[in-house]
Ligand binder design. Structure first.
Ligand code: ADP
Ligand code: ZN
Length: 587
């Protein structure tokens, strides 16, 4: 039997209350020990006038109090006129203590209730219990009413994601307008990227800007619940949202409930999470579109998501929320430094420079930690040395303690590698567009280089294919050229895969290698991967192209170094910056 965390807490609390109550009750009803005395002694003591009170009950025991206040009990072979004898001996007599019975009844009911509650929680698959679970879903975050409303000004960097979401503000506000124009109305947006990059913040900001409620849940809340419960939680969530009218629903860690189903439709996946996922999809298809409800999901593992989630009408808009580059980091630092007394010796640009691979959350943490240190020291301002100290607190516990120096090397290698790709592309044909180079890793891959080869053509020439192979090899070539044969890195693995595939297809299926001839090896049948001749031929051709690429880059080494230097400084270069750097050279 599985218990969710919440349920475990409730169970333990009920048990604890029962135990404490029984101990309390026991103590209360036996506040002091009753001294057991024989009946004969009792009669003697009565005669001696040592007894103060006697309580008569139905039980076979008599309890009472001595004159000195101590308690006693004794067996009860009552004589016929027992009470009169006692009264005559000047003993107070009370009939059995009625209060006790009422107390007992109360306790009995209490225990019964407690155990019923226990049984209720342990007994699974009851409708009532599901109901109970659902009531607990009122823990759903709904925080956008107050004055601390989040908006897009609270998000720094992430400009692309911001622009993308800004479009949705108007849609939430005026869904009818879009419907009138017949525009397909977005329902779900998937934000993907590393933790702490502001995905939740963006979703909140969207709700804040559109001035609608924000409902947040986490995918992990839906796993490990009883059968059918995940699905009913989803239904409940959407019901709540619909009742609220326009709103933003945020599902964090969507990968927890929308994992790729293993082994196809029939195969061994987790039925429960399938059910939950299906009910999410059903709810999303149930939108009319003009309700002004947007579902935003977040994940840092888009690769593991079930494709069903990404289809049209579901989370068909996917926005990457990546780690901030130096400019974005500077903006984030400024944002979180706004309400803090920063001393003049704090140079946030410099801090941004030194915090490669920091997420927004980590930067916020850094600023906050510095403020704490300054406050602890009762310093008037937050100073550079506070930030330095905070830096180590923030990165403490991470593998690489001396992140700044290690990362500089990594940064430099990455920069040369990426610059190599870009430069080869541009050198081979200035018409090729390189739209972006970055050394900040993206979720999709380690590399940070994007190019568009214009225009979309039906056919590719041999030269173009060869150029594409050169571009792929450009990263590794740059590494070797600058750092030497022994310092080349594993970063080129993907590039080599691409290059190999292209070379093999040139030889085996496109008839583009003179020596191999026009034979299309796939037409003959058999696996090209096992064809020794093709492998040998591919190796030769690839080496030739590699040497050619090396020559190209060594002839333009200065340009490579210049591009790399700029890249190291700015971390990301856009198309204009790239063109300006390269076009200045007459090659
Ligand atoms: P995610 O949902 O991507 O894991 P969050 O949105 O929860 O990240 O970010 C946590 C905190 O980090 C935010 O509340 C904010 O203080 C800070 N933060 C992260 N990204 C940014 C950003 N781009 N701009 C400003 N603050 C940010
Ligand atoms: Zn590469």
């Amino acid at each position: 039997m599985k218990f969710t965390k919440k349920k475990k807490i409730i169970l333990v609390s009920i048990l604890a209350i029962l135990i404490v109550a029984s101990i309390g009750y026991y103590k209360f009803s036996n506040t002091e020990e009753h001294k057991n005395i024989p009946y004969s002694k009792f009669t003697t003591l009565v005669n001696e006038g040592k007894i103060d009170t006697v309580i008569l009950s139905e039980e076979s025991k008599i309890k009472g109090t001595f004159k000195d206040g101590t308690l006693f009990k004794t067996d009860n072979p009552r004589t016929e006129n027992f009470k009169e004898v006692l009264l005559l001996s000047d003993v107070n007599v009370k009939e059995s203590d009625g209060n006790t019975t009422i107390k007992d009844v109360v306790m009995f009911v209490f225990f019964l209730g407690g155990f019923a509650l226990l049984a209720f929680f342990i007994n699974k698959n009851t409708a009532k219990q599901a109901q109970k679970e659902i009531t607990q879903m009122s823990t759903i975050d709904n925080n956008n009413g107050g004055s601390d409303k989040t908006n897009f000004d609270d998000v720094a960097g992430n400009e692309e994601a911001k622009e993308n979401l800004k479009e949705l503000v108007d849609f939430i506000k005026n869904p009818d307008k879009y419907e009138r124009y017949g525009a397909r109305i977005p329902r779900g947006v998937l934000l993907y990227g590393p933790p702490g990059t502001g995905k939740t913040l963006l979703a909140k900001a969207l709700a804040g800007e559109a001035n609608v409620p924000f409902y947040a849940v986490s995918g992990s809340d839906f796993i490990q619940v009883y059968a059918g419960l995940g699905a009913s939680r989803i239904r409940d969530l959407f019901k709540k949202a619909r009742n609220a009218g326009k709103c933003v629903i945020f599902i964090d860690e969507i990968d927890a409930l929308g994992k790729k189903r293993r082994g196809g439709a029939s195969g061994g996946g987790n039925d429960e999470s399938d059910r939950t996922l299906n009910s999410l999809l059903t709810e999303m298809s149930g939108f009319n579109g003009n309700e002004g409800i947007i579902v935003i999901a977040a994940t840092n593992r888009i690769d593991t998501l079930d494709e069903a989630l990404l289809r049209p009408g579901r989370f068909d808009r996917q926005i990457e929320v990546g780690l901030p580059d130096i400019n974005a980091r500077h903006k984030i630092l400024k944002l979180h430094g706004k309400n803090k007394p920063l001393s003049k010796d704090v140079d946030l640009r410099r801090v941004a420079y030194e915090t490669v691979y920091f997420s927004g959350a980590k930067l916020e943490n850094l600023m906050n930690e510095s403020a704490m240190i300054a406050a602890r020291k009762n310093d008037e301002k937050i100073r550079k040395n506070h930030l330095d100290k905070a830096f180590y607190t923030v990165i403490a516990g991470e593998e690489k303690k001396d992140r700044s120096s290690v990362s500089y090397q990594e940064k430099e290698i990455t920069a040369f590698h990426e610059a190599g790709h870009a430069l080869v592309t541009k050198l081979n044909s200035p018409k090729n567009r390189v739209t972006k180079i970055t050394i900040i890793p993206s979720t999709k891959g380690a590399g940070g280089f994007s190019m568009n080869i214009p225009p979309d053509k039906m056919y590719k020439t041999k030269e173009e294919i060869k150029n594409t192979i050169m571009t792929a090899l450009g990263g590794r070539v740059a590494e070797e050229l600058i750092f030497g044969e022994n310092k080349i890195t594993s970063g080129a693995s993907n590039d080599l895969q691409k290059a190999t595939k292209m070379v093999v297809s040139m030889i085996a299926s496109l008839g583009m290698d003179k020596e191999a001839g026009l034979i299309n090896y796939e037409a003959i049948g058999g696996d090209v991967r096992a064809n020794g001749y093709i492998i040998k031929r591919a190796k030769t051709l690839l080496n030739e192209i590699y040497e050619e690429t090396k020559e190209l880059l060594s002839n333009n080494k200065e340009l490579l170094e210049k591009l790399t230097k700029e890249l190291l400084e700015h971390e990301t270069l856009d198309e204009d910056q790239i063109n300006e750097l390269i076009d200045n050279k007459d090659f």
